[in-house]
Each structure stands twice: as C-alpha cells, then as structure tokens.
Design a protein around this ligand. Structure first.
Ligand SMILES: Cc1cc2nc3c(=O)[nH]c(=O)nc-3n(C[C@H](O)[C@H](O)[C@H](O)COP(=O)(O)OP(=O)(O)OC[C@H]3O[C@@H](n4cnc5c(N)ncnc54)[C@H](O)[C@@H]3O)c2cc1C
Length: 304
C-alpha cells in the first residue's frame, strides 16, 4: 500500500521573483503533485499561485495566506503528432527548446519569455511573434470556488495579455502544436531572440514590460509635432513613457530603464515600495502628458 506524502507547509519562505525585491510568504507549499494543490486549497481556499515569478512584484511586507509554488510540478508528455500535455509548473523556455528540437511548431514565437506554462497561460504571454493562446487546446485546474474544472480553448476569454483565469489554480495545460521543420523553427527562435536582445534589457532585474500597450481613444502627437498614434491604435507603452521623457527616471532604489521605457528596474537590495511608487509616478506622468491611462501588466501581491 502506498502512503501519500504530505508536503510540509514552509513558513516565512522567500518568494523568488525576477525583480529580486520584496517580501516572503507566511506559508508556502512547494507543489509536486495535484494532491499538494488540493492540500493548499484545504488550508486556504484562495491561495496565491507562484509560477516563475517573471511578472510578479511582492510587497516588502510579504503576503499572508498560502502560496502554491508551482515550479517543481513540471512533467511534460508529447507525441509526434503535436499533442503536448504539461503540468502547470513546466518551464516554458525549456519546453520551447524541446518542442523545437522535435520539430513541433507553435511556441517558437515565445522564445525569450521566462515563465511556467501555467503563468504563461494566465497572462496569455506573447508579443510581436505570437501568443500562447494560439497553441492552447485545453486547461485543467481549480476555479475560484475550488471546483475542479476543464476548459476547452473556446471557453477561455483570451485577449491581449489576458485570459480571465486570474483566481484559478491552473494545474495542467494541453497544447496543440504543428509537426514541422526543426531547422526552420530554430531559425525563427534565433530571429525572435535577436529582436528581443536588440530592444530589451533582458538581463536586467525586471518583470519585462510593466504596462500593457494601450489602445488610445484620441490622436497623440509628440513634442516635436510628429504624430505618435491615431485614435483606435494600440500604441507601445514603452514609446509613451519614452516620449513623456521618463527614461532613466528614478524613485530612490528603482528606475525606468534607459534602454526600454516599459522596463522598471530595482537596484540590488532595492525595495518593492520604490518600484510601486515608480509605477505610480510613470502612470501619472503619462496621463498628464498624453491623457492615456496605463494599465499594469505586472501583478502586485500585498497582504490582504
Ligand atoms: C526579461 C523578461 C522578459 C519578458 N518578456 C515577455 C514577453 O515578451 N511577453 C510577455 O507576455 N511577457 C513577458 N515577460 C513577463 C513574463 O515572462 C510573463 O508574464 C509570464 O507569463 C509570467 O509567467 P510566470 O510563470 O513567471 O508567472 P508569475 O510571474 O509567477 O505569475 C504571474 C501571474 O500568474 C499567476 N499564475 C502563475 N502560475 C499560475 C497557475 N499555475 N495557476 C494560476 N495562476 C498562475 C500568478 O498568480 C500571477 O497572478 C517577461 C518577463 C521578463 C522578466
């Protein structure tokens, strides 16, 4: 008879994020199996879910309740026809490398996006070269009421950097990829990585783009009189931050990257509060200058 191992609940556990600042979790379960998720839900019906921490800022005081850390829950199965089943904590860059190696297309446009598969689905991660929603067939998990559910792709409200799945615990994701040519896919990965390296400070401590690219409701013109965007266009938030003169702006230990206006970067040993205040300052200054309200892409965790 096998005895189920009860994963211990860690207390005062650090929460690793790409920003590298912020507090820890009062309680954390390092998820390896679906039973660990069930246990977390028993203790806290609304747990917080940690993926790779690549789009997350945790307040300096940390968080209460249970944090389900998914990174160790990562097994993946794939068949040559392109059906991929991944546990939510599977590492997306590794999955992309493996699918490309096997000549399965559909994820190569997400090269350079740090994420777990679950986190990528919740954020609908993507960019100029595609979004994960296009590869999703089905998602399994627990809805905000704690009910085990399976959603078909058509039932998920995917949009630009949005899935409608915040508040869920995603446990598994089924992807539908296309059998293709591995060499062609490798070339595309290189192209995507070159594009990202040229335009983004990828090695900086950040969460990638802090703000979503807004769709503007009126024409925008820069100080030089040159048109930036027309009403109805989706415009780069980084461009607006740049044109508002905010690159390099600093609030104590946090600054707007000189390379990409939408990357906010804390100093080593900086504080989450400074990043939050910098976000608020950027939001206010872009609103004052362009009349555009920026929406945050970065998720901020605070005590409830
Ligand atoms: C250098 C850099 C470059 C980036 N480039 C891009 C880019 O090109 N395009 C892009 O879209 N993003 C980009 N990002 C942001 C980030 O990679 C994505 O948002 C990614 O999807 C975050 O996934 P994660 O697993 O790290 O989620 P986390 O940051 O851990 O969590 C983000 C949110 O998802 C929730 N979540 C995570 N896992 C689950 C789960 N299993 N079930 C339910 N909820 C869950 C969390 O609770 C949180 O609300 C970049 C980030 C960095 C640091």
């Amino acid at each position: 008879m096998s005895v189920a191992v009860r994963r211990p609940v860690r207390t005062h556990a650090p929460i690793p994020t790409w920003f590298g600042v912020g507090g820890g979790a009062d309680s954390m379960i390092e998820v390896r199996t679906e039973e660990d998720v069930c246990r977390g839900l028993e203790i806290d019906p609304s747990p917080r879910v940690l993926g790779d921490g690549a789009n997350l800022l945790v307040d300096d005081d940390g968080v209460d309740g249970v944090v389900l850390a998914m990174g160790g829950f990562g097994e993946v199965a794939m068949d040559p026809g392109g059906a991929v089943a991944a546990a939510a904590g599977a590492n997306l860059p590794k999955l992309i490398a493996e699918t490309v190696r096997r000549g399965l297309g559909g994820l190569e446009g997400l090269a350079g996006v740090p994420a777990t598969v679950g986190g990528a689905v919740v954020m609908n991660a993507g960019g100029a070269f595609g979004q994960i929603a296009d590869a999703v067939a089905r998602v399994h998990g627990f809805d905000p009421d704690g009910h085990r559910r399976t959603l078909e792709r058509a039932e998920i409200d995917f949009g630009y950097r949005r899935s409608g799945l915040h508040g869920w615990v995603i446990t598994r994701v089924e992807l539908r990829l296309r059998p293709g040519d591995a060499a062609g896919l490798r070339t595309q990965v290189k192209r995507v990585m070159e594009y990202k390296k040229q335009s983004q400070p990828m090695a900086a401590r950040s969460a990638g783009c802090c703000f979503k690219n807004p769709t503007v409701t009126h024409d925008l013109v820069g100080d030089d009189g040159v048109e930036i965007a027309r009403a109805g266009d989706r415009v780069s938030a980084g461009l607006l931050i740049d044109r508002a003169g905010l690159k390099g702006l600093r609030v104590r230990s946090a600054c707007v990257s000189e390379r990409h206006g939408n990357f906010l970067v804390p100093d080593v040993n900086g504080s989450a509060r400074d990043v939050i205040e910098l976000m608020e300052t950027v939001e206010r200054r872009v609103l004052d200058r362009f009349g555009v309200r920026l929406e945050r892409e970065v998720v901020v965790w605070r005590r409830r």
